[in-house]
Ligand binder design. Structure first.
Ligand SMILES: Cc1cc2nc3c(=O)[nH]c(=O)nc-3n(C[C@H](O)[C@H](O)[C@H](O)COP(=O)(O)OP(=O)(O)OC[C@H]3O[C@@H](n4cnc5c(N)ncnc54)[C@H](O)[C@@H]3O)c2cc1C
Length: 414
């Protein structure tokens, strides 16, 4: 097999697929190479789910800006409303002090801060959209084995090759492209694992997310589309994570209830628990002779503010915007000068998020008495500081800042 194309995207996860769709719908020829033989089409369709176990274990809180990119990629109409859960408010509180902050979409006159949706739902919509685009070729079940940085670039597969003017490395945290190009991804191990599960709560979540900072890490409950089902993300020590995964369901419900101060009443019907090691890592250069890194292949952040995929979506939007501008100007889409523009726009933004997550982790992980007092006082002052709080909500929900065009709602639309 030998294919010539404009762009080869390595990795058909959410960030890779979205990059491919944005480029292909603008007329560029794109080949997506995904090593998984069966792409994640299994899982929920447009059905209504009422049991915790009916929801995918991996859910994301996507910002309004990320949802706008999905909309401009033609995917929004393909996301079944029965599987979308608007995030209207959020309460964040501290186990080591009396500090508590409430975020509310109403504070900034928006209907929601974002949307909680399952990975399977998102992937199904992306894949359905990809199938409608004649310029997009999707090679599932093909792993990349080599990369030759000639002009054009040659992506070697186990059974052929793809020649492209630009290679987008969207192959996740253990990127093979990084390995092939000897690109290091320095960072730090947080010495924490995230445990995820779905569960039922006695009281309805009312579209509010809850996050409590414990000395060992934050525990969060995200509202799923069923009024009394939540997705949990609990970041804690590796040993505590092991215990949470192994403990009997009744003990797990009690432990989680205590950790979240039963903010939604008794907890029941937990699903199996899965754990992931948490890292902070960033590649130093996002571009390398015709290759651009996006998503987790470029940066990994702590999930405490649920920003990982949001950042990846902004990478995809910014990179394709830059590439389309280069095409309009008659420039080579893989030229270093073109790709450096993408790097300049995204690297600082991603690093800032990474450091902010680090700062939060250390601030809340330190339970010295005086620091707890200061933290509590700071949180309460912040909660009452209207303009500052509104500015933070607008920024973290992606309504302000230097957004790519694909993330900006066209003027005059609601
Ligand atoms: C516990 C937890 C909770 C999280 N919660 C949130 C949240 O609420 N909001 C949020 O925004 N983010 C969240 N994140 C982060 C989010 O999951 C990731 O940032 C996001 O999924 C990364 O997407 P990606 O497409 O870059 O990578 P991936 O989803 O890892 O996709 C990479 C793809 O590349 C393929 N691949 C790998 N190697 C090859 C190869 N050699 N050849 C071909 N294909 C290859 C893989 O099969 C895969 O399909 C969370 C993360 C964790 C751990």
């Amino acid at each position: 097999m030998m294919i010539e194309t404009d762009i080869a995207v390595v990795g058909g996860g959410a960030v890779g697929m979205l990059s491919a769709i944005l480029a292909a719908q603008a007329g560029l020829r794109v080949v997506v190479i995904e090593k998984q033989p069966v792409v994640a089409a299994a899982g929920p369709a447009a059905t209504v789910a009422t049991m915790p176990a009916e929801f995918d274990l991996r859910s994301f809180a996507l910002t309004a800006a990320a949802m706008e990119v999905l909309s401009q990629a033609g995917c929004l109409a393909l996301l079944p409303s029965s599987r979308l859960s608007p995030l209207e408010a959020m309460t964040v509180w501290d186990a080591g002090s009396r500090g508590c902050i409430h975020f509310d979409a109403m504070d900034i006159g928006a209907p929601a801060l974002g949307v909680v949706l399952e990975n399977a739902t998102l992937m199904q919509a992306l894949q359905a959209r990809a199938r409608t685009l004649p310029a997009l070729t999707w090679l599932a079940g093909h792993a990349v084995t080599g990369l030759i940085q000639d002009r054009p670039l040659r992506v070697l597969l186990d059974d052929g090759e793809v020649c492209a003017r630009l290679v987008i490395a969207a192959d996740g945290r253990n990127s093979r492209i990084r390995e092939l190009l000897d690109v290091e991804m320095p960072g730090a191990d947080y010495a924490q694992h995230a445990v995820v599960a779905n569960l039922r709560t006695a009281q309805p979540h009312q579209q509010r997310a809850w996050q409590r900072f414990l000395a060992t890490g934050p525990v969060a409950l995200l509202p799923l589309p069923a009024a009394d089902c939540c997705a949990m993300v609990w970041s804690t020590t590796p040993q505590a994570a092991k215990d949470l995964i192994a403990m009997p369901d009744a003990q797990f419900c009690q432990t989680l209830g205590e950790a979240t101060e039963f903010c939604l009443g008794e907890i029941s019907e937990p699903t199996v628990r899965l754990g992931f090691p948490l890292l902070r890592a960033n590649v130093q250069h996002y571009v390398q002779r015709g290759v651009a890194f996006v998503g987790d292949a470029a940066h990994i952040v702590h999930p405490l503010a649920g920003q990982g995929l949001n950042l990846g979506i902004m990478d995809a939007a910014c990179l394709i915007e830059t590439v389309l501008d280069a095409r309009t100007d008659g420039r080579d889409i893989g030229a270093r000068g073109v790709l450096r523009r993408y790097e300049r726009k995204r690297k600082g933004e991603n690093l800032l998020t990474s450091w902010t997550m680090d700062g939060f982790k250390h601030l809340f992980g330190n339970h010295r008495r005086w620091l707890g007092w200061l933290r509590g006082a700071g949180m309460m002052a912040f909660d009452g500081a209207g303009p500052l709080k509104r500015a933070l909500i607008a920024r973290t929900s992606g309504m302000e800042g230097d957004l790519p065009r694909f993330a900006r709602r066209p003027r005059g639309t609601a």
